[in-house]
Write a protein that binds this ligand. Structure first.
Ligand SMILES: [Zn+2]
Length: 289
């Protein structure tokens, strides 16, 4: 990218400024009685009708979110179903295993997250899938702090008709969206999420969108400030940003032949959709050197 430092700085400044203004609105931190579309025009007085209308709108919002969530979770293709089955089996066995699956020596009673991920990824490789441990990392931006996240994926090229399909696997999916002081409606939504998410990038994108707009609404209703790590862009950066893909070496206990064992290799993966979805992320990546 042929950008001069000056133009980059200008863009950053513009981005940060709009981000600040926008951020306040989004979080509803300063708004007390605004309509949900943000079109309040100094209307200080409210009558009963408006209140009722607002209640109806809120009810409709939560009903809608529930419906889209349910529809998104129900839809699943055969590839996702197969990968989900292998994943759940591997998790179950690793957790029930008498021998310590944890090779790191950290966890005593049960398997730790990173060893569990390695185990599951190994199992998926053994089952013939191109599975890897993905590590995403992002720098801080005016909108949110820096961070990193590790999860699993499977890249499938078996269908020439559909092209490459990437399936994301998150072993602690529900916990990523849980909020301590959330409303009943929000909790109900989160409780519908599976503990282990296995699904295509597009499906994950839809779920993130639903949950993040629900979190925003919930915090607004409770007149509380929403942490920047709850924002859609931050959640997207976790799973859908640029990540380092490391193909795991399955544990020796798996007993497969050397021929089948994938060699460890790392590669960078960029989700094409990202450019469209998160224009600010690119700005971030360029600006913070
Ligand atoms: Zn461990």
């Amino acid at each position: 990218m042929a950008r001069t430092p000056a133009s980059t700085a200008r863009e950053l400044l513009a981005a940060s400024f709009s981000g600040m203004v926008f951020g306040f609105h989004e979080d509803g931190g300063l708004e007390s009685y605004s309509s949900s579309d943000g079109s309040q025009e100094n209307e200080a007085t409210f009558d009963m009708e408006d209140d009722q209308e607002e209640d109806e709108k809120d009810k409709l919002f939560w009903e809608n979110q529930n419906q889209i969530l349910q529809a998104t979770l129900c839809r699943t293709n055969s590839l996702e179903t197969k990968i989900r089955r292998v994943t759940k089996e591997a998790v179950k066995e690793a957790k029930e295993s008498e021998e310590a699956v944890c090779g790191c020596g950290k966890a005593a009673a049960s398997v730790c997250r990173s060893c569990l991920m390695r185990e599951v990824s190994g199992r998926l490789c053994n089952a013939g899938y191109n599975s890897a441990i993905c590590k995403s990392k992002w720098r801080s931006s005016p909108d949110f702090p820096s961070g990193e996240h590790t999860f699993l994926d499977v890249v499938d090229n078996s269908s020439s008709r559909k092209g490459e399909i990437r399936v994301i696997i998150e072993l602690n999916f529900r916990a990523e969206f849980e909020m301590a002081r959330a409303s009943e409606e929000y909790n109900r939504l989160v409780n519908r999420l599976p503990e282990i998410f296995v699904g295509k990038v597009e499906r994950l994108q839809t779920l993130i969108k639903i949950l993040c707009s629900a979190a925003k609404k919930c915090m607004k209703e409770k007149k509380m400030h929403m942490g920047p790590w709850r924002k859609q862009k931050y959640m997207q950066a976790k799973w859908l940003g640029v990540c380092k893909r490391t193909t795991s070496t399955p544990p020796l206990s798996m007993g497969q032949s050397d021929r089948l064992r994938p060699r460890p290799k790392a590669s960078m993966l960029t989700v094409d959709l990202l450019g469209e979805m998160m224009p600010n992320m690119h700005c971030t990546a360029v600006a913070v050197v």
